[in-house]
Write a protein that binds this ligand. Structure first.
Ligand code: IFM
Length: 454
């Protein structure tokens, strides 16, 4: 069957993040990050797993680029480890850290793979956390200095920049829920952090433009269509709070609307001081919005003394009861919700360009005779690619798609227990094996169309 093609300039890629794949945490002058500290704190990660070795990408980057080339990837999204560039967070720049990414970028370009660089994918230098982390406004300035150092070195060749990955997770999972580094549990801190993340984005935008001619600059948000779990007024209110605190909290200020009024009222005096200048800074025009999409979310009301956000999302078993296929993360599979989300964001905010900077699924994989057949991941991607195509047909300026993830890796608090890769990693031998989803993805890229799985 002939499948509808994607636009000729559409970019097919895969994504990773530094702490999740690099390992080599003590090499070439890298300083400790909050994830080193957190993962080495007993009880914080599944099985006590850490990113000390991870996928050993720091040593295997050349082979990994060759693998990407073999799969036909046209773009690769990776993040820079701030503690490799500024081991103390501020101060002296560590050239050996920059050298690593310099070589990686050259290798990618030689393989005709377009680099997309994320500056902050959660590995804050520990030295900055010791001084208050993202809750301290000085960290905003430190981020801008770090951004400048990276852009000066790579800006002649890297033309796609993402300031932050998923600021909601950084602020709220790290500082309210405590499931991620730095492991704090305080809503006031989380709100302060979210404001500083946005400010640092706004201040970094002109710095990237100044050091990287004609670059496309953006930010990546994890967005989810939020639905009330039931039609009770309580659950409808929970859905409003969920959507307001997760989606609109970041979209509205980035697109010049300031923080959503209903959420300001809800947070009340927990909100940090926000000046008009801050809001203007945050609203610096940017070129591309990255969306990480995994699932729709169902919001159920909970008392504020149980959760200060006033909601919880339905669990995997609850979603399964409603007939959803559920991933190993307990997330509902619903490809059509991606199209719904893209069209809604386009209608409401009209970004100049959009990328799906992450999409994928964790399912239990089995190695049989050295091969990994992963039909559920493949079907997941198939459905979501079709949904993305529908969005493009409907006029959404979607320019590219990055599968999460290129390879199995360190899934933060869940350690190595969850595999999102289209390439399997044997953590004992570090052998990489493309799963059947990766082999199928190669065909999709070659055809620039959602080819039917065999
Ligand atoms: O692994 C993470 C990634 O670092 C950020 N987005 C979600 C992924 C899967 O949980």
């Amino acid at each position: 069957m002939t499948q509808p093609r994607f636009p000729n300039t559409f970019l097919w890629g895969a994504a990773t993040a530094a702490y999740q794949i690099e390992g080599a945490v003590h090499e070439d002058g890298r300083g400790p990050s909050i994830w080193d500290t957190f993962s080495h704190t007993p009880g914080q990660t599944f099985n006590g797993d850490t990113g000390d070795i991870a996928c050993d990408h720091y040593h295997r980057w050349r082979d990994d680029v060759a693998l990407m080339r073999d799969l036909g990837l046209q773009a690769y999204r990776f993040s820079i480890a701030w503690p490799r560039i500024l081991p103390e967070g501020t101060g002296a720049i560590n050239q050996r850290g920059l050298d690593f990414y310099d070589r990686l970028v050259d290798e990618l370009l030689a393989a005709q793979i377009t680099p997309f660089v994320t500056l902050y994918h959660w590995d804050l230098p520990q030295a900055l956390q010791d001084r208050g982390g993202w809750a301290n406004r000085a960290t905003v300035d430190a981020f801008v200095t770090y951004t400048e150092a990276v852009a000066r070195r790579l800006g002649d060749r890297v033309k796609h920049w993402i300031t932050h990955n998923e600021p909601w997770v950084v602020a709220f999972v790290g500082n309210l829920q405590g499931r991620h580094a730095p492991g704090l549990q305080d809503l006031r801190t989380a709100l302060q952090v979210s404001h500083h993340l946005l400010l640092s984005h706004g201040l970094a935008v002109p710095v990237l433009r100044a050091n990287s001619a004609d670059a496309e600059v953006g930010i990546t948000l994890d967005l989810s269509p939020i639905r009330p779990a039931t039609d009770t007024p309580e659950d409808q209110r929970a859905a409003q709070l969920f959507d307001g605190g997760w989606n609109r909290w970041f979209l509205d200020p980035l697109f010049g609307r300031g923080y959503p009024a209903d959420m300001l009222e809800f947070y009340g005096d927990l909100m940090p001081a926000v000046t008009t200048d801050d809001l203007a800074t945050i609203a610096a025009p940017f070129d591309a919005l990255g969306i990480n999409y995994y699932r729709p979310t169902f919001a159920s009301a909970v008392p504020l003394d149980e959760n200060p956000l006033g909601y919880r999302s339905l669990s995997g078993p609850e979603l399964a009861e409603r007939g959803y296929e559920v991933t190993e993360m307990g997330w509902a599979v619903e490809a059509a919700a991606l199209d719904e989300l893209l069209q809604q964001v386009n209608r409401e905010y009209a970004p100049k360009a959009l990328y799906i900077t992450e999409n994928g699924a964790s399912f239990p994989d089995q190695v049989v005779d050295g091969t990994i057949d992963d039909p559920r991941r493949l079907a997941y991607l198939h459905g979501h690619f079709q949904a993305a195509h529908q969005s493009i047909e409907a006029g959404v300026p979607l320019r590219g798609y990055f599968v999460w993830s290129l390879m199995d890796n360190f899934e933060w608090g869940l350690g190595y227990s969850k595999r999102f890769g289209i390439v399997h990693v044997d953590y004992q031998t570090q052998q990489r094996t493309p799963k059947s989803s990766a082999l199928w993805y190669r065909q999709v890229i070659a055809a620039n169309a959602v080819v039917d799985p065999e």
